[in-house]
Design a binder for this molecule. Structure first.
Ligand code: GLU
Length: 431
């Protein structure tokens, strides 16, 4: 991430202004501006050469007013505690926007997963779970994949936790392979959800998806599948990027051949028929839809004025800074905020957990239909508030929706003191 910009300060600034706009008491801000619990652990991992390496890792449990802590585990060399805390706050907000009965959490391990062998990776995953097992559980805290982790990682983690508990506990983690209680449609869920919100936003602003031009930053799980789904909807994908660089073809990239190219060569670089461009050039391309699907703080005060898209759909968490938000809003560019646009992943994680808890598994169509319903409902709730109030952008509206749900839950739980009752509509009568 861009280390000059602190994501935890950003998310707290946004929470602060939403709490004020909603006229909620200070206690709401005080509760939502800090995680309820943060665990820092050191994991010893035996490397293939017999040496032992120590890895620092975190789990931030932000808020569980609405249900168990929920959120992915990131393996990345730049992970730091403030980033993990910010990501856990975003999870709380995301679940609250979607009306998914979860709180928010996030894990992170400081490691470059590309440098580990298969065996070293397995030992690190099992070590991480052993270290945080006392605060995990299907009713306590339910991790999932994030940047640098995948279904295999979830399988090892579920297996380790199940050993610790002496029984299979599939519901302790989501994003598992289907054979181990994973949900059909989970791999595509973040991208599919993002495409549903793009479709709704396009309809709202009168943009036709057929022949719309798209630029995607990041060609990992979220970006690559979003590009494929948007191409299936008739869009032309002009450019994509990954850590190796960006590629551009004004006639449109063939996404399935590009996915094969990336699988064979490890990157999008040198894709036949494309020209290579810089990341800055990619963000500044003329297009209808820009999907930042990489890391935080990519669209900043320094480059927001160059963005030409009509819709920016945040596949990543935190890709746009508040300064950039202001510039984009002034230029009438609609930003679909992360807590809405990338919430498809945690929504299908919730479906996975429901399937694990009931022991009955759904077909992919059922998963996708339920996901669509949830995404469209959440989009409409946020969009209506955005239209009604003239003083917020879509992010401001999404935060207001989330925080009003959270404040209501925290108030009724009794976490906000009795003052909150005086101006609220709540009546307490003894039977
Ligand atoms: N890591 C994903 C996110 O940031 C998914 C979280 C989950 O499924 O719990 O939303």
């Amino acid at each position: 991430m861009n280390k000059e910009i602190n994501s935890f300060e950003i998310v707290n600034g946004l929470i602060d202004s939403s709490v004020k706009k909603l006229n909620l008491g200070r206690a709401v801000y005080d509760l939502l501006s800090q995680p309820q619990r943060v665990l820092t652990v050191t994991i010893p991992v035996q490397m293939d050469d017999g040496s032992v390496k120590m890895y620092t890792a975190y789990r931030s449990q932000h808020n569980n007013a609405l249900g168990p802590y929920k959120g992915g585990i990131r393996f990345h060399q730049d992970v730091d505690l403030d980033e993990v805390k910010a990501l856990s706050s975003w999870m709380t907000l995301k679940c609250a926007v979607l009306n998914v009965p979860y709180g928010g959490g996030k894990g992170g391990v400081i490691v470059n997963p590309k440098e580990l062998s298969f065996g070293e990776m397995e030992r690190l995953c099992r070590g991480y779970v052993r270290a945080i097992a006392p605060v995990l559980g299907s009713e306590v805290d339910v991790p999932a994949p994030d940047v640098g982790t995948n279904g295999q990682v979830m399988a090892w983690m579920m297996d380790e936790f199940s050993r610790f508990k002496n029984h299979n506990e599939f519901g302790v983690i989501t994003g598992k392979p289907v054979i181990l209680g994973g949900s059909r449609g989970r791999i595509e869920a973040t991208s599919r959800g993002c495409v549903f919100t793009i479709r709704e936003a396009a309809r709202a602003i009168g943009l036709k998806l057929k022949d719309a031009t798209v630029v995607v930053q990041g060609f990992g799980n979220v970006g690559a599948i979003a590009a494929r789904l948007l191409k299936d909807d008739g869009c032309r994908i002009l450019a994509v990027s990954d850590t190796s660089g960006a590629i551009y073809n004004p006639r449109g990239l063939d996404i399935s051949t590009l996915e094969e190219h990336k699988a064979c060569t490890g990157s999008v670089k040198d894709f036949p028929g494309s020209q290579s461009i810089t990341n800055e050039e990619l963000l500044a391309l003329s297009c209808d839809i820009l999907v930042p699907a990489a890391l935080e703080n990519q669209i900043t005060g320094a480059n927001a004025a160059q963005i030409k898209a009509k819709i920016v759909a945040e596949g990543a968490n935190g890709p746009t800074t508040p300064e950039a938000d202001r510039i984009l809003a002034a230029r009438n560019i609609m930003v679909l905020p992360d807590v809405l646009a990338n919430a498809g992943g945690v929504t299908v994680s919730y479906f996975e957990w429901v399937q694990n808890n009931s022991g009955y598994y759904w077909c992919e169509d059922e998963v996708n239909e339920r996901l669509e319903r949830k995404m469209v409902e959440a989009f409409n709730e946020v969009y209506c508030l955005y239209k009604k109030r003239k003083d917020v952008d879509m992010r401001g509206a999404a935060y207001m929706v989330a925080i009003s749900h959270l404040a209501e839950a925290m108030r009724i739980r009794g976490w906000l003191g009795t003052q909150m009752y005086s101006d609220a509509k709540c009546e307490f009568k003894l039977a």
